[in-house]
Design a protein around this ligand. Structure first.
Ligand code: NAD
Length: 472
């Protein structure tokens, strides 16, 4: 059995297909990955890190071909695909250069005894990833996991399985399997899986966490967001800033976990904001075939995603929303959805309340900062957020009151990421972190060897029922 993948810009074109791993063949793959683990984990750290650097070089060498394939299967503009692959290679080099400090054992050896703490791999990691940034979101798991000596079984999304499968071949210690919820369940429940790393939506996340809970396997979950962008009353944006803001919402046709999904603008500055936003959108948004270098927004990923956006737009219209289209979408049978700002919506409209994950963005007005804060925080999700102000200290102070794992200041979405800054959600947006030192630590557990001095040869000993005394 194979999964075929169509091109969302031209659904009649089949880009490629991948073999399905049925639930009853999952065991074979995990056992092979576990055999690989015995060998891989014994290699010296330097050898493992060098392999990641070499994989990054191979990714760079294949970047153009991989980007074209990714654009055709996902609908993302080809320039963005090149950017994602380049960023993933950069991240692998960051792991190569920074993992040793995190993965080093530490030893205390003094007159109280000898304690050795060493980070140990979990074994086989199951990585389950979404379609919207399949390369970087997989590499964020593969890099740290492999560095630490784990091997990985990677289960990509059926909506973009092709480019990531080619990337996985460039890395040692990775086996790829394809399939749906049943395959994932068999993988996550497998007793030889040491850790599960999932990025995707809340429904799948809940189901995976429940299966992992039954198996007592630790999980890291990177789930959806409904990021507010709050413009304080002193915000000052240049035309370039507005263009960056437009792409913060509409890159990948709005299908990004950390897209700016709700815009909160002071009532007194609303007209000026909308005028400048529309002008910037006209300059920066070109909707069309992802392989066209001029295109900045492609189709949404599937017929179902387009239907979901139609339903959200119908609800917005029924709730009194005023639709402002930002660019024309091509007349084609592709899954194109015109990028749209939606004004005048009540806070309980679906487009405000739920993660839209598509190219329709509500603009909401407010009168006081406390009101903006309360409304921005009124979500069960807490992934990202942004604050915009000429006064950086004021923005940071406001940001501390936002319920979000990652708050951008004067930007939002990928232009605000840093390899040094841990990313992940609060509330129902997940747990665990990617990037930075925290992202490396997710794939190791600390193991300890302790020889108390009391019991060294010739040591003073200790009564059998005693507790240890104070330490320095
Ligand atoms: P999805 O949850 O539908 O799929 C993600 C992965 O889970 C895929 O591999 C899919 O095959 C698998 N899957 C789907 N349903 C499953 C189930 N019931 N049981 C087990 N596995 C299942 O998500 P998607 O549409 O690919 O991605 C969109 C979602 O991912 C959005 O909510 C987005 O915000 C979120 N996301 C989060 C981050 C982050 O870093 N927090 C990054 C990207 C995307």
């Amino acid at each position: 059995m194979r999964i075929q993948r169509e091109n969302p810009a031209r659904p009649r074109e089949i880009v490629g297909s991948v073999p399905v791993t049925t639930p009853d063949s999952v065991d074979d793959v995990v056992r092979e990955a576990h055999r690989d683990f015995r060998e891989w984990s014994r290699r010296p750290l330097g050898t493992r890190l060098a392999a990641l650097g070499a994989a990054a070089d191979r990714m760079d060498a294949k970047r153009s071909d991989l980007a074209a394939l990714l654009a055709r299967e996902s609908g993302k503009p080809v320039a963005d695909c090149r950017g994602e692959i380049g960023f993933a290679a950069t991240y692998l080099r960051w792991v190569r250069d920074n993992a040793a400090t995190v993965l080093m054992a530490t030893t205390i050896d003094d007159d109280l005894g000898r304690i050795e703490c060493a980070p140990a791999p979990y074994g086989v990691v199951a990585a389950i990833t979404p379609w919207n940034a399949p390369i970087i979101l997989s590499v964020l798991k593969l890099g740290p996991a492999l560095a630490a000596g784990n091997t990985v079984v990677l289960k990509p999304s059926p909506l973009a399985p092709l480019a990531i499968s080619a990337v996985a071949e460039l890395l040692p210690g990775v086996r790829v399997m394809h399939g749906g919820a049943e395959t994932v369940r068999a993988l996550v429940a497998h007793p030889l899986i040491g850790k599960v790393a999932f990025t995707g939506g809340g429904d799948a996340g809940r189901s995976i966490a429940a299966t992992a809970g039954q198996a007592l396997t630790p999980v890291v979950l990177e789930l959806g967001g409904n990021d507010p962008a709050v413009f304080l009353d002193d915000f000052a944006l240049t035309p370039d800033d507005y263009e960056r803001l437009v792409l913060a919402s509409f890159a990948t046709a709005g299908q990004v976990c950390m897209a700016a999904k709700r815009l909160y603008v002071p009532q007194a500055r609303f007209d000026e904001f909308i005028e400048s936003y529309l002008a910037a959108a006209r300059r920066i948004l070109t909707v069309g075939d992802p392989l066209d270098e001029k295109v900045t927004m492609g189709p949404v990923v599937s017929r179902a995603a387009a239907a979901r956006m139609t339903a959200l737009a119908a609800d917005a219209w029924n709730r009194g929303g005023w639709m402002l289209p930002l660019a024309e979408s091509p007349d084609s049978d592709g899954y194109f959805v015109a990028p749209t700002l939606v004004l005048d919506l009540p806070d309980d409209a679906d487009l405000v309340r739920l993660e839209q994950f598509g190219p329709a963005v509500p603009v909401l007005t407010y009168d006081t900062e406390d009101e903006a804060l309360a409304r921005a925080n009124n979500s069960e999700l807490g992934l990202g957020a942004s604050v915009w102000s000429v006064d950086e200290d004021r923005a940071f102070t406001f940001a501390t009151r936002l319920e979000a794992g990652f708050t951008f200041i004067n930007t939002h979405n990928r232009t605000g990421m840093s390899l040094r800054a841990p990313f992940g959600g609060t509330k129902r947006s997940g747990f665990g972190r990617e990037y930075a030192v925290e992202g490396l630590r997710e794939y190791v557990q600390t193991t300890v060897r302790h020889a108390p001095a009391a019991f060294r040869a010739g040591g003073p000993g200790m009564p059998a029922r005693a507790y240890p005394g104070p330490t320095r």
